[in-house]
Write a protein of this length. Structure first.
Length: 149
């Protein structure tokens, strides 16, 4: 009976939670788009799970991004969900034609019903700082900036 009641409650609140999660995900993606240049949103923003986002950050490696986020208490992934724990780029991103160097800079974030706007702001604030620092160390970024002066 307990399981039946849990399913009933989850289903009853599903539409409301889906809307809330999707709004928070879109807020996150828009904040990143507005504050960090040279990114790529991977996948369609409507035809995806409501709490899922995958963004590639050019000129950096996902591993460095993940390590720095972890030091700030932020959990994320750079690969596909089915390859959690792997440092390989998402086979899905490679299959849709993303170059290896862009796929390697991807970040997958999952947002749930218990996440808050303040947590997303904390994530974005740290992403801005971390991506900036990692790009400062990137010879590819330095070359890109020099060539595009």
């Amino acid at each position: 009976m307990g399981m039946g009641k849990a399913i009933e409650i989850a289903y009853r609140d599903l539409e409301e939670h889906t809307k809330q999660i999707k709004e928070l995900r879109n807020y996150y993606v828009n904040q990143v788009k507005n504050k960090i240049p040279y990114i790529r949103i991977n996948g369609d923003m409507e035809r995806r799970l409501p709490g899922n986002s995958n963004i590639s950050f050019s000129f950096i490696e996902g591993e460095g991004l993940l390590l720095n986020l972890d030091l700030k208490g932020i959990s994320a992934s750079s690969g596909s969900a089915c390859m959690s724990g792997s440092l390989d780029p998402s086979h899905v991103l490679l299959a849709i034609g993303l170059p290896n160097e862009i796929a390697r800079g991807s970040l997958r974030i999952s947002i749930g019903k218990y996440n808050t706007k303040e947590e997303v702001d904390y994530l974005v604030e740290n992403l801005v700082e971390i991506v900036g620092r990692l790009r400062e160390m990137s010879p590819l970024y330095a070359k890109f900036i020099e060539e595009n002066k």
